[in-house]
Design a protein around this ligand. Structure first.
Ligand SMILES: [Zn+2]
Length: 180
């Protein structure tokens, strides 16, 4: 079965090994490596990943937090970010009726994103390593700043409106991830 993309891990890289007795999963910096027996179906693989998903997410965070990003990896992340982020920002802005001036992709290691007083949004290319629902959280956070340029109660109220009341929970979840 071909490699595929998972919302939490990004790339699922599959290797078939005739000697494998079961599905073996190993989190790596750019996704999840999965070694499978020849007879494993895509359902077997997805089932195994789902069963251990929370543990695998924690493991991958450890891998990412220990990892020193190379220049080549930064180039690759930038490429991915330039393909993915502008489209997703436009989609979410359209969906919730936000207006922003422009979007820049930066290699910031200290923040996931920011929004200027003139509603220019900056996003870190390291976002490409966090689960998609947390990328959306960061994008929505910056889009809400186009309306409230602070972290006032009104800001968090708007955040809750666009995240189904999950704003604080998502913020908490994002804290498990480091930018670099
Ligand atoms: Zn903010």
């Amino acid at each position: 079965m071909p490699n595929y993309s998972d919302p939490d891990f990004g790339n699922i890289i599959i290797t078939v090994n005739p000697r494998a007795r079961r599905v073996i999963m190993r989190p790596v910096v750019d996704g999840l490596r999965v070694t499978v027996p020849p007879y494993a179906t895509s359902g077997d693989i997805k089932g195994a990943i789902d069963k251990f998903r929370p543990q695998l997410i924690n493991k991958r965070n450890e891998v990412l937090n220990r990892h020193q990003t190379t220049d080549e990896e930064i180039r690759e992340l930038r490429k991915q970010a330039k393909t993915f982020l502008p489209r997703r920002v436009a989609e979410l802005a359209y969906m919730f009726g936000f207006e922003y001036k422009d979007l820049k992709i930066q290699s910031s290691k200290t923040r996931w994103g920011s929004c200027s007083g003139t509603n220019s949004i900056n996003l870190s290319l390291y976002l490409m390593r966090v689960p998609e629902h947390l990328i959306d959280y960061v994008i929505l956070h910056e889009l809400c700043h186009t309306v409230h340029h602070d972290h006032s109660e009104a800001f968090w109220h708007l955040m809750d409106e666009v995240t189904n009341g999950q704003a604080k929970a998502l913020r908490h979840e994002l804290r498990k991830y480091n930018t670099a």
